[in-house]
Write a protein that binds this ligand. Structure first.
Ligand code: NAD
Length: 337
């Protein structure tokens, strides 16, 4: 029976390790008494003609209705005649910004102790427009689309994020010295938005230099905003700075305030079904979902329990050098709540 005090949220357990780490989230939420009722949706076995994808129209409608959701990794089925699952979600729900917080986890030693940055990736165009063709034999072309509308929208999101999260600086990452028209337009839009936020410092950094600075001293950065492909690459680089893909959360922001949180990693077929996966990335993603819902008490409690479990070092999964199973690690987090 559904309780009217509960907030409905869509849950896509996803593929591979997805169902195992989604189970961790459900368990931790139960233990922390989070007032959320999950509406679970699975990727279909057949192509839904309404979405041209294995994702059903009902599952997309569920995210639209609820406005919030959590998504496990999805392995796109091989074969022609359908759209990639992640691309379908992005396009159908207009998920225009992908926000990836990245901070050092106390007690888990990496080269740096002071990483604390946010990458914000434009999620709908750029090199991911899917417009590739052969011009003549031996010559192919891929179109990188940058529009004023999408660039202003993601820049506005980045500055608004910086302002509402007590951040001081936004860096626009680009290669406008070479891509003068496309990245040039992206920068122009960032500058326009920057003028509306005089309290936030604004700078522009060329992507190659940005990579060098990030690996030398990640503390130089605060909030980074960039076109699609650069965001894809830079955010994985940032994940590497703090210990890998098992740890990094993300949240997709869509038109009309939709938030679909997801781990950055994929379905990890090499360890699926073996109770070995690290659920931290999906758990921290679920924390970003709770913050979006302004359930800050629950979010803080769960985040502290995760960080304390990792800091304590008694229970860690194999990717962090430990020998705990997914379920033992999850139990330890529940004990820390
Ligand atoms: P992957 O992220 O699944 O795996 C890369 C490596 O990281 C593997 O060795 C894996 O074991 C490890 N790893 C990833 N997550 C982990 C976790 N939580 N705990 C411990 N180890 C973890 O990348 P891949 O192998 O390139 O992709 C596999 C599938 O996932 C592909 O079908 C791909 O399309 C899909 N994928 C989906 C998404 C998404 O849904 N957002 C993202 C990336 C890849």
């Amino acid at each position: 029976a559904s309780d009217s005090n509960l907030i409905r949220a869509t849950l896509f357990p996803g593929d591979g390790i997805g169902p195992e780490i989604a189970e961790s989230v459900k368990q931790v939420f139960r233990e922390a008494e989070v007032p959320i009722e999950w509406e679970e949706h699975y990727v279909g076995q057949e192509i839904d003609p309404r979405t041209q994808s294995f994702l059903t129209w009902e599952s997309l409608e569920s995210v639209r209705q609820n406005g919030v959701g959590l998504k496990g990794p999805m392995a796109t089925p091989i074969g022609k005649g359908h759209r990639s699952l992640n691309l379908t979600l992005r396009k159908e729900l207009n998920l225009y910004a992908n926000v990836r917080p990245c901070y050092s986890l106390p007690g888990y030693k990496t080269r740096y102790d002071d990483v604390n940055l946010i990458t914000i990736r434009e999620n709908t165009e750029g090199e991911y427009s899917g417009l590739e063709h052969q011009v003549v034999r031996g010559v192919v072309e891929s179109l990188k689309i940058i529009t004023r509308q999408a660039s202003l929208r993601v820049a506005e999101y980045a500055f608004h994020y910086a302002k509402t999260h007590g951040r001081e600086r936004v860096s626009a990452i680009h290669k406008a010295n070479i891509m003068q028209k496309t990245d040039g337009l992206f920068l122009k839009c960032c500058r326009e938005v920057a003028e509306k936020y005089p309290e936030i410092k604004y700078e522009e950094v060329v992507i190659d230099n940005c990579c060098m600075m990030l690996v030398k001293n990640p503390a130089l950065f605060d909030v980074l905003v960039m076109p699609n492909l650069y965001g894809d690459i830079i955010s994985d680089l940032c994940a590497g700075l703090i210990g890998g893909l098992g740890l990094t959360p993300s949240c997709n922001i869509g038109e009309g305030g939709i938030a679909l949180a997801e781990a950055v990693h994929g379905s990890a077929p090499d360890i699926a079904g073996k109770n070995l996966a690290n659920p931290t990335a999906l758990l921290l993603s679920s924390v970003t979902m709770l913050r979006h819902l302004k359930l800050h008490d629950k979010a803080n409690r769960i985040q502290d329990a995760i960080l304390n479990t990792i800091a304590e070092g008694k229970y860690r999964t194999a990717d962090l050098g430990g020998s705990s199973s997914t379920t033992d690690f999850t139990r330890a987090i529940c004990d820390h709540l």
